[in-house]
Design a protein around this ligand. Sequence first.
Ligand code: PLP
Length: 393
Amino acid sequence: MAAPLMSTYAPPDLVFERGEGVRLYTGDNKAYLDFISGIAVNALGHGHPKAVAALKAQADKLWHLSNMFKVPGQVELAKKYTETSFADRVFFTNSGAEAVEASLKAARRYFYDKGEPHRYRVITFTGAFHGRTYGAINAGGNPAYLKGFGPRMEGFDQIEFGDHEATKAAITEETAAILVEPVQGEGGVRALPDVCLRGLRELCDEHGLLLIYDEVQCGAGRTGKMWAHEWAETAQPDIMAVAKGVGGGFPMGACLTTEAVGKGMVVGTHGSTFGGNPLAMAVGNVVFDELNAPGFFDKVNQVSNFMHQQLAGLADRHEGIVEEVRGKGLLMGLKLREGIVNKAVAGEARDRGLLIGAAGDNVARMAPPLIITEDDASEAIGILDDALTAAGK
Ligand code: PLP
């Protein structure tokens, strides 16, 4: 009989039964140190007591209403996001790709409402990843993800990541927005320097464009601030797509906008049956509160500084294998030299009880729960040391 699942994924022959903190356990109780956390999702680790309690309490009360009624928890969480960020308005989604789609629609609608419907093009960057919906693969522009899915969607102009002059030159009368990940995840864990983010903000101001950040992977405390762009202070966006970590493992996302952009998204312009569902809101509120508790980000910054130091040491010890250390905060990557395959390194690490991921540009990717300690970090570095040695043989 044919396999019942589509072959879109190729997971290893390993089944996890439960998770606790930064560890996952198989049915026979073998523990794995989780340094990928569902690709930057389980921000509070597995089975966080407050998140579990909130989900259980909500499950006893009400699962689903749809947005035809006021959904408990939505206004509360939207207020938390808007009172602590650039944003004034929030639309809740189920996933990152949907948050990106909502962002692109909000940008186009903004210019439509301004009487400038000819401004619909969006500048994007090489190595970008914005999700797997039709709009998102076209925005991402990765040929491997577009292949076989029909004609390219009109309206995206892709520029070399970080090339300010080329970005400037690509702006035309039809340009509506610039869409960028402040730290690229999938594209190879590449952080855009703060000065470049500020440069993009200035370009947008000069030309009346909207700046859209995709913080689906790098947001939600991953870099040691609630949102990655906050490191660049003045470089605030007009629109931001978030997901992954904001739900800590419960599927949810959001599109955040300024008042000027958000006010155009009126009844009938957009919608979602499940977006902002009561269960998602119950967990999302706990995740926000935990991330923003006093001292939480100090700890993230301490442990990520420690990790980056340790990774630099690892790169020195394995200079024939590791080309460079990349990333920001707890979104980290080891760019491997030609001939060393990132997935092989991840496999060697997994065989030794450490879970890491792979990203584009032959990078071994790490995105552990934000609650890791220096002991967890040291344990991971020890295993990585052995995994790199094994992969280099
Ligand atoms: N944007 C970025 C930067 C991502 O890393 C991802 C997922 O990896 C997405 C969008 C898509 O998110 P989702 O898989 O939840 O649709």
